[in-house]
Design a protein around this ligand. Structure first.
Ligand SMILES: [Zn+2]
Length: 345
């Protein structure tokens, strides 16, 4: 549900990801002075949500291993695995109705945070700790962030808040300043490839390049529907003179309503990676993100002015950062594509 690359599709209880383990063991060695609020920050698609959930499981575990990690066998670990631990709350911007239908929200509403605070003030069920995970923290609206802030000023003993964000600059500064920052570890290329192979992802090097080295995002993009959609977008970008912004943006409307923002996010990622590759090729380099479109990029690169390309690329990144907010996905895509076509006028 989040666009953290893995989001709600991650199998949460397999333990820390391989590239997180050493840093997690280090952090958990200091569990006696674990901060009331931790901000897990880092790029999208590297497993920050998994990291935060694993921290929660380790903090709640009733018989942690010598290295501080959750034992996976105690009653608490069992409740967490079943998604039923009374001392763990995970707050994400979606709702589930009585029929089990999941609906994405633009923001985490204040009533969710008020309920979280009420929960925090109750005494814990299993007496170990109480952990709340908020993913992503930039989805807290202003009222929700303010409500949370009041609790952080006088945190109930034994209660830990884990905020997850790939845009920490968008988390209100008043909230951010009360958190200890934990930079989420990033895998090197070999670790990421190895993990993708173990996940059974076909052509892992190609999707990892597309994802800019973020393995959980790569696994998501490996989905055949995403790969097909990418090819459609890039084939259109490769022929800017023939490009119809209206027709291409209309592809977003073909997706179910709930998925349109996710699809817009992909489209903007592809546009951002494509324009970055254009700049690389224009400067005499090779495409880092789209090597499968190398000849199209080489043909286009001489036609575009570097300064305009740079400005346009920045505008794509700015728009990408806003995707979680109320926007008309089709209109945003259309505007960005009109801007792209202008680069070749
Ligand atoms: Zn345990």
């Amino acid at each position: 549900m989040t666009d953290d690359g893995g989001g709600a599709t991650v199998l949460p209880w397999q333990g820390f990801l391989p590239w997180q383990r050493a840093a997690a063991v280090d952090a958990l060695a200091g569990r006696a002075t674990w901060p009331h609020a931790l901000l897990v920050a880092g790029p999208r698609g590297i497993g920050k949500r998994t990291l935060a959930l694993e921290f929660a499981r380790s903090l709640l575990c009733e018989a942690p291993a010598a290295d501080g990690l959750a034992c996976g066998a105690c009653a608490s670990c069992g409740y967490v695995a079943a998604g039923q631990h009374p001392d763990l709350q995970v707050v994400e911007p979606f709702t589930v109705d009585d029929d089990g239908e999941v609906k994405a929200l633009d923001a985490i509403p204040v009533d969710r945070i008020r309920a979280l605070i009420d929960w925090a003030l109750l005494s814990g069920h299993r007496g170990r700790a109480k952990v709340a995970v908020v993913v992503p923290a930039e989805a807290l609206n202003a009222a929700a962030a303010n409500a949370l802030l009041k609790t952080l000023e006088e945190p109930p003993a034994g209660t830990f808040l884990l905020l997850v964000s790939h845009q920490p600059g968008r988390v209100p500064a008043t909230l951010r300043s009360r958190c200890r920052r934990f930079p989420a570890p990033q895998p090197d290329g070999d670790a990421a490839l190895h993990w993708l192979e173990a996940q059974g992802v076909p052509d892992p090097a190609a999707v990892l390049a597309q994802a800019g080295g973020a393995p959980l995002l790569a696994r998501l993009l490996a989905d055949p529907a995403a790969q097909d959609e990418r090819r459609q977008w890039l084939a259109a970008l490769a022929k800017p003179k023939a490009l119809s912004p209206v027709a291409l943006a209309a592809r977003l409307e073909a997706a179910p309503k709930d998925e349109r923002k996710l699809r817009l996010g992909w489209a903007l990622d592809w546009l951002g990676a494509w324009t970055a590759d254009l700049a690389r090729v224009a400067a005499g380099g090779t495409p880092a993100r789209n090597p499968d479109f190398a000849s199209a990029l080489s043909a286009l690169a001489p036609a575009v002015a570097p300064a305009a390309l740079f400005r346009y690329h920045r505008s794509v990144l700015r728009q990408r950062a806003l995707v979680a907010h109320p926007l008309q996905p089709r209109l945003v895509a259309e505007t960005m594509l009109i801007g792209y076509r202008e680069l070749f006028r």
